[in-house]
Design a protein around this ligand. Structure first.
Ligand code: ADP
Length: 767
């Protein structure tokens, strides 16, 4: 800057400002040069700088050169509003502009700087404007600060207005001074309502506890934040205008100005929904935990790489481990080696997303080494992004089921084997449909190919011998009609090949609660061989018996004749011996009669001659006849029945004889046999009691079978063939009577014969 030029400018302006004292002009010049205001003088349309003070030079970044055009050292100003302001000054206008932006290149980049700016036209002596005086005060810092403050205020507004977080402010009187929309939404009050209430915020939104008791302000942590100068965080329950409560999470921060508390900023968040969700999550977690812990099935949770994260007690128990031990074993360890590959593949499939859930059976190895069969129900659990996260599996122990199934298979095989070995076939008849199911063996028995039986009653009867069919049909029909628990029958069948077989059938009938037949289960046994053998035996016995009868009759006749002759000749000793021979011949003849009776009984050829007779008289007669030849035992008759029986009197006597003979025969060394007469209902009964060896319980059921003799009888070599009781029971049954027996080993036996009273008999049954 040149002093000369500055001096001339001062001269122009000084006229109206200062006194004409030339000394003062120099002071003015000095003043201009040190003034904080940038001052410069530009001349002509090209704005040639004629002088500039220090502050003015600084404004231009030290680029100003006196004598050069402004646009030469500060070209960025050209054609800007600043250029226009200078131009208007050149046209004689005076300006004063505040915070006027001027683009300047001070450090290599053009940026706006702000100035309070004044222009003043400078004229020559003749009044023509020759240049412009420019005075500038830089206000860039102030402008930027103001803009920044404005921006911040705007941002603040945006933030508080759009926040979901409720923001409130309180003054040092705990009165609300600010609420953002979220705070209004949360509290249910408008800021206006809260402000105009004229009482502390606490008294409006926080005055009650959820139990309805008052909440004193001095206990409120939010209101304590300010006096304690402490930022506080917590959860609490506020109250709405309608009196309902809601949970909030809050932060209360004291505002300190110069260390002095002036207010509180409160942030609040309505946590009601959060709480509800949390509670729901917790509840569902608890529910899962309960199911997990208490389930009877084993449950485990696996991470997606197959590691077991947790397992319940049932799972541990199933495999014989404690919960701790289980943590140290992997699924691989407890899986049967042969099932590991399948197991892994199933698991990987779930993680790959082949399926949401999968069910498979596998074998585990129990801690004790035994195999545990399980059925696994596995489900994939996903994370928030829908990626597989965990697999949860429930395992049901089906070891018992598998074992039972195996046993059932074994049993069935055994049964089939047994059926085959025993020649036994089984069948089932469905009462509802009438369908008949036959076992393989039954088909084989009937000579049919497996599976070829048609399953109907007619299909079965087609094989039954026509002569036997009526008898079988009648038996079944009668059994069902009487609701019998079962029936037995024998019949012949004709196989498709024409071969005749003998079948024994035994069935059980099951009834429904309404007494209708539900089903029949039964067995058929091929008894052909047995029947044939029995036939042969019967034939043999018949022939042998018959052949024996003639010589025995002759022996008896000759013995009788001989005895009479010896008696007459006075040889009594020989006569007695012959009498003994005769008695033995009688026994022999009785035995042969028995033998011959059997086939008759079998074929139903036994002829009955029924008549009405006095039961008691018949008994006494029989007893008397036997007493003659039984010297060792006294036969004692007690009581009376007084019953008239209708039946074959001779046969009844035969039965009674047999029972009495046995009583004597099987009580050797005893001296009596009791015969008690009595009545059972209307019927007559005679009980024959001996005091002999008795019969063991396990032998009792068989003593009425053909040729059966007890061990004791055989050992004692008491004479007999085991036919007497068989014949007796058969005869009695044909007469409609029964024989019952009670016996105790070492104490004796009691056989009771019961016969039917004559139906036309008008006797009163008052027994
Ligand atoms: P038997 O007497 O010819 O052997 P039974 O048919 O009369 O044949 O009797 C069958 C079996 O019953 C006898 O062998 C005997 O073992 C037994 N028994 C019959 N009656 C008696 C009885 N009163 N005391 C003991 N055992 C008896």
């Amino acid at each position: 800057m040149s002093n000369h030029e500055a001096g001339s400018a001062a001269r122009d302006q000084g006229e109206e400002l200062l006194s004409p004292n030339p000394a003062h002009a120099q002071i003015l010049q000095q003043l201009v040069s040190v003034a904080p205001t940038g001052i410069g003088f530009y001349e002509g349309p090209d704005f040639i700088l004629r002088f500039i003070n220090k502050a003015g030079g600084e404004v231009l970044g030290g680029r100003a050169v006196v004598g050069k055009s402004l646009f030469e050292f500060a070209p960025e100003i050209k054609d800007t509003p600043a250029h226009e302001a200078l131009r208007r000054g050149l046209r004689g206008e005076e300006h004063s502009l505040r915070a006027f932006p001027v683009p300047l290149n001070r450090d290599g980049a053009i940026r706006p700087y702000y100035f309070n700016l004044a222009t003043k036209p400078v004229s020559d002596g003749a009044g023509a404007t020759i240049g412009v005086m420019l005075a500038v005060v830089e206000v860039t810092d102030q402008v930027v600060a103001r803009q920044r403050a404005e921006e911040l205020a705007m941002l603040n507004g945006i933030i508080t207005d759009n926040a979901t977080l409720g923001l409130l402010m309180m003054n040092d009187q705990s009165e609300c001074t600010f609420m953002n929309p979220a705070a209004e939404e949360i509290t249910g009050y408008t800021f206006e309502e809260v402000r105009s209430a004229g009482k502390p915020l606490h008294e409006i939104v926080h005055y009650l506890r959820p139990d309805g008791s008052p909440y004193p302000m001095r206990e409120c942590p939010i209101d304590r934040a300010l006096p304690e100068k402490n930022r506080t965080q917590g959860e609490d329950v506020f109250v709405r205008p309608d009196g309902s409560f809601y949970s909030v999470a809050f932060t209360a921060s004291p505002i300190l100005r110069g260390g002095r508390p002036v207010g509180t900023v409160i942030e609040v968040r309505d946590t009601t929904e959060e709480k509800r969700i949390q509670a729901a999550i917790q509840e569902s977690q608890e529910r899962f935990r309960a199911v997990f812990d208490q389930a009877a099935v084993g449950i485990s949770v696996f991470s997606k790489n197959g590691k077991r994260k947790m397992a319940n007690d049932a799972y541990a128990q199933m495999l014989g481990y404690s919960a701790e031990e289980l943590l140290e074993t992997s699924v691989h360890d407890v899986t049967h080696p042969e099932d590991r590959a399948v197991d892994e593949e199933k698991f990987k499939g779930l993680i790959r997303g082949d399926a949401e859930r999968s069910v498979w059976e596998k074998r585990y190895v129990h801690r004790d080494g035994s195999i545990v069969w399980g059925i696994v129900y596995a489900t994939v659990l996903h994370d928030g992004q829908g990626r597989p996260k965990n697999v949860i599996s429930a395992v049901q122990d089906i070891t018992e089921r598998v074992r039972a199934a195996q046993e059932l298979r074994d049993e069935k095989e055994q049964l089939e084997l047994a059926q085959r070995a025993g020649g036994i076939g089984t069948f089932e008849i469905d009462g509802q449909t009438g369908r008949i199911t036959w076992s393989r063996e039954l088909e084989r028995l009937y000579g049919l190919a497996p599976g070829s039986f048609k399953g109907t009653t007619e299909a079965w009867y087609a094989f039954v011998h026509p002569d036997d069919r009526p008898q079988v049909e009648r038996k079944i029909a009668e059994a069902i009609k009487r609701r019998d628990p079962g029936f037995e029958a024998q019949w012949r069948i004709i196989r498709p090949s024409g071969e005749v077989r003998y079948i024994a059938g035994r069935s059980e009938i099951f009834y429904r609660p309404d007494h209708r037949m539900e089903r029949i289960l039964g067995v058929n046994i091929d008894v052909t061989e047995r029947t044939k053998l029995e036939r042969q035996k019967d034939e043999f016995i018949a022939i042998a018996g018959h052949e024996l009868k003639t010589p025995i009759t002759s022996i008896k006749a000759y013995a009788q004749a001989l005895r009479r002759r010896l008696s007459r000749s006075g040889d009594e000793a020989s006569a007695r011996n012959l009498a003994r021979i005769e008695a033995q011949v009688d026994k022999l003849s009785a035995l042969i009669s028995d033998l011959l009776e059997v086939p008759k009984l079998e074929s139903g050829q036994l002829v009955m001659r029924p008549e009405r007779y006095d039961f008691d008289a018949m008994v006494r007669e029989t007893v008397e006849a036997l007493q003659v030849s039984s010297e060792g035992h006294k036969l004692i008759v007690e009581g009376a029945s007084g019953v008239t029986v209708y039946g074959d009197r001779e046969r009844a006597g035969q039965v009674l004889t047999n029972l009495l003979t046995n009583a004597i025969k099987y009580s050797p060394g005893r001296d009596k046999v009791l015969v008690r007469l009595g009545r059972k209902g209307a019927d007559a009964e005679a009980c024959i009691q001996d005091f002999g060896a008795g019969i063991a319980d396990e032998e009792l059921p068989y003593i009425f079978d053909r040729f059966y003799r007890t061990g004791v009888a055989k050992k004692a070599s008491a004479p007999g063939m085991g036919l007497g009781l068989y014949i007796s029971s058969q005869i009695t049954a044909q007469m409609g009577g029964t024989i019952k027996v009670k016996s105790k080993v070492g104490e004796g036996s009691t056989f009771c014969l019961r016969l039917l009273a004559d139906k036309s008999n008008e006797q009163k049954a008052d027994a």
